[in-house]
Ligand binder design. Structure first.
Ligand code: FE2
Length: 585
């Protein structure tokens, strides 16, 4: 992998032929390579790189050298979030202004949202958007497993993948749900995995619910990680099969406790802490990587082990350890100064050889990301009328029953159910008294606006409608409504504003969250965006929805990652049967 390392500069600095640009003096080095705390160490930096680490680097200080006196405090490698989703409500510079003061100097982004809007071009746009970032941002190419037939036109091919790998910031294939290669032997996904191996990059996994033979098959085809362990046993199963086990502390789950029973029993060198994405409220309230590492330390994990889980372990896994993950000559000058090993509060964050944050605040500007027009106009869908939401009685079976998508407690899993909607003048209506509502999905990829209207239970809304373009694993609009007029109005509003989330009651907009970039990313500032998302939850609760994370529940209705029934533009997708079915039997 091309690194841009200036060998002459580093040799000259290490040998004392030129002064260092920055010296961090007299700290306690957290040496993740040997697992020791080394007092009285200094770090000499040349440009963006570490030139020398040692007890006495006075020779490296010249008149122009910036010197940071560590005074015995801990010099720790910058943190890596090895599995995150950056196309997730907030725009990237807004996110970085929170993530960097938290010690993140390297981020590995999954990009499925851009993929499902613009295919391979979405990856290129992301690379442009993050090129001038003050910290390292690498990306994975989305394998794009989707339930929605419309998404097929955007699927990244093995040939396109090979082209994307020409960029050194593209370091692997993103999370490929295990069902596609293992159960379906999907030739495209297998081709992507093969191409990734050929390029010497890593294949990220997603083995939710897989064990024994299926997990073995997944490991056998060269998938290297899994971030879906949700129990101690899962962690062990994955480690024993040779996977890196990524433990989540973020938006979707907070699972750190599952590794505690393994403390002092197993080697944690192949355990990695990741967020798997965060959200605006969580970022503001619970913080980011420093808080994840602090939680690990507070739960009794040795600080060296905890820090390795966000530094050396992910760097080794991703083939980046020649560049980052520890403090040694020839590595990126990405350093944190912590008050002591148990207080994970970076007083200075140094990235690419310069101080980028001090005492929780950015000290350099984060350049704005460019959002090209093609990313700002991605809701390709016709205007729909309330009649598009109508379901005729003939759609039901002989007993007047229809299939339903039943949201389970917790709001993520959904099961297939059956219900008898109210017949009204030849049509089947929603019945909020029975918690039976219309659910609508329209693809926004082809421009034809192919759509399906089904029924949902477990949502609870008594009045109005809600819709969003933030659909997981496809480009579309999902809506849920108690009446057809509000449902159509909510969907049409999203086309008009080119992306977002809206609630409409009695024809009036109750709340709007613009997500203009790709239909996923807002231009709002983080506190304003967090406020709107909080307000969304409050409005939905006032309308009767009892789910704790209503927006997430809505967004995941299209994903292949969560069983047992989901929505596509052609009907319900059933995981066990692997088929798409409509309302009647
Ligand atoms: Fe993920």
């Amino acid at each position: 992998m091309e690194s841009g390392l200036d060998m002459q500069l580093l040799m000259d600095t290490a040998l004392g032929r030129r002064p260092a640009d920055l010296v961090v003096r007299n700290g306690t080095l957290m040496d993740v390579y040997t697992g020791r705390m080394l007092p009285g160490r200094s770090v000499a930096v040349a440009g963006e790189w570490i030139a020398h680490v040692g007890p006495d680097l006075g020779y490296a200080v010249g008149p122009e050298t910036r010197v940071i006196e560590a005074d015995g405090r801990v010099i720790c490698p910058g943190f890596i979030d090895a599995h995150t989703h950056l196309i997730n409500y907030f725009n990237i510079p807004e996110f970085l202004s929170y993530a960097i003061p938290s010690g993140a100097t390297c981020l590995i982004a999954e990009l499925e949202c851009y993929g499902f809007i613009l295919g391979a071009e979405g990856v290129r746009i992301f690379l442009e958007q993050t090129e001038a970032s003050p910290v390292k941002i690498y990306t994975l190419v989305p394998p794009m497993v989707s339930l929605s037939p419309a998404a097929e036109s955007l699927m990244i091919t093995p040939e396109q993948l090979a082209g994307l790998f020409e960029d050194p910031r593209v370091i692997g294939l993103g999370e490929s749900f295990w069902q596609a290669p293992i159960l379906q032997s999907d030739p495209r996904i297998l081709g992507l995995i093969r191409e990734t191996h050929k390029a010497g990059r890593s294949v990220q996994g997603h083995a939710a619910g897989a064990f024994d033979r299926k997990l073995a098959a997944y490991a056998a085809i060269g998938v290297e990680s899994c971030h879906e362990a949700i129990s101690t046993e899962d962690v062990l199963n994955r480690l024993e099969m040779g996977f890196y086990a990524m433990i989540r502390e973020g938006d979707i789950r907070r699972d750190l406790e599952i590794i505690l029973p393994l403390r002092d029993k197993i080697d944690f060198r192949r355990v990695i802490l990741v967020t798997d994405g965060t959200n605006p409220g969580l970022l503001i309230q619970k913080g980011y990587l420093k808080d994840v590492v602090q939680k690990a330390v507070d739960l009794g994990i040795d600080p060296m082990e905890a820090v390795r889980m966000v530094t050396l372990n992910p760097a080794e896994h991703l083939g980046l350890d020649k560049l980052t993950g520890g403090i040694a000559p020839g590595r990126h000058a990405d350093l944190l100064i912590l008050p002591d090993p148990r207080t994970i509060r970076p007083q200075w964050v140094i990235s690419k050889g310069r101080v980028v944050a001090e005492e929780g605040r950015m000290t350099v500007p984060v350049p704005e990301a460019h959002y090209p027009d093609r990313l700002m106009n991605t809701v390709r869908a016709p205007v729909v009328s309330p009649s598009a939401m109508a379901v005729t009685e003939s759609c039901a079976d002989r007993e007047g029953m229809v299939r339903t998508l039943d949201i389970q407690p917790g709001g993520l899993v959904a099961r297939e159910g059956r219900a008898r909607p109210r017949p009204v003048s030849g049509y089947l209506a929603a019945d909020p008294a029975e918690d039976l509502l219309k659910v609508f999905f329209m693809e926004r990829i082809s421009g034809r606006g192919e759509a399906f209207v089904g029924f949902v239970r477990g949502w609870g809304q008594k009045r109005g409608a809600v819709a969003t373009t933030l659909c997981w694993d496809t480009g579309g609009i999902i809506g849920i409504g108690e009446n057809d007029e509000d449902l159509a109005a909510a969907v049409n509003r999203l086309t008009a504003i080119q992306g977002g989330t809206v609630i409409v009651v009695d024809g009036e907009p109750k709340l709007e969250i613009p997500l203009r970039a790709g239909g996923y990313v807002s231009e709002l500032k983080m506190p304003e965006l967090a406020g709107r998302l909080l307000r969304f939850q409050e409005v939905m609760a006032s309308l009767g929805t009892g789910l704790d994370f209503a927006h997430l529940t809505l967004s995941v209705l299209t994903t292949p990652a969560i069983p047992f029934i989901r929505l596509t533009e052609k009907g319900y997708y059933r995981f066990r049967e692997g088929d798409i079915v409509r309302l009647g039997s």
